[in-house]
Design a protein around this ligand. Sequence first.
Ligand SMILES: [Zn+2]
Length: 305
Amino acid sequence: MITAAIKENEIVNGYIGRLMTLNLSSNKADFLADLKTHLKDENLNSSVISLISHVSNKSVLEILRNNTIVPYRRAATQNKAFDAHEFLNPNVSDASCFRTIRPGMVLCEDCIHADLEEFDFPYWKTFHQLPGVDWCPIHNTPLRIVKKKYHDIAYETPPNAIINKSALICEYDEAPPAPNEATYRYIQLVSFFLKIRTPVKARDIVNKIGAKAREKHNINTNRVYHFQRKTLADVAKSSCKYSWLKRLVPRIDYPDQYGWIGAIDNSTRVIASAESFALALALLFDSTEEAIDFMIKDLNINAEL
Ligand SMILES: [Zn+2]
């Protein structure tokens, strides 16, 4: 059995694939069984994540924090999950560790070239797999997604070997976001969410985001109050290019009877998802640094800087 160290920001799903490639294995179940034998793991019920922890010489917690998108998924946490401390708990399920959100696997051509130069092999990155990240947070290159029908095998194949099955996420003539655009800040912020080290209560976020939205843009955060209606979704529509916003929030053109777009506006009043939280921060602050400062000072977010 040939083993290898897991890279920083390498998504654990892709790491398994890389180990399979090194060992010329094309069947994941067989490979994991071989790995178990190799590690002399006699516990019948040991989780895949504990095997990976063992083979990579990292604790389960380190893997969760650095090699999954769990910290992103827990950046705005409902009370119940918050109390479970899901990503602080090393007994977190395999399903949760390996869950991804986008409808395919995302890669950056420039990252592939840079990896080949530096390491001789490319690997799948956590920070490309987050919703709305349609350009690389490092290179600002348009990202590519491996089509859904190759979903099962994509992470088991090196990104450079499956690039011919991928398609651009954005339109071919869509310009990358400029550093002063909200979309750019959003992409930087969701990458930052991967560095959050304790789950954040969604309830605490909405109160403070709502106050900031009223103060900064005079936004009406009351869903049923009709007068002087200006919502955060209105700010999003005037600040972000429509094509990107439509991909992130497919219901952008379908407000409810009060003119409210739940997927965006709820973050000022009701409940925030990680996406709406990042979008709200990108819209309410003029720079990523200011937004991160607010997260740390006002929302008491504990992050690895
Ligand atoms: Zn890149």
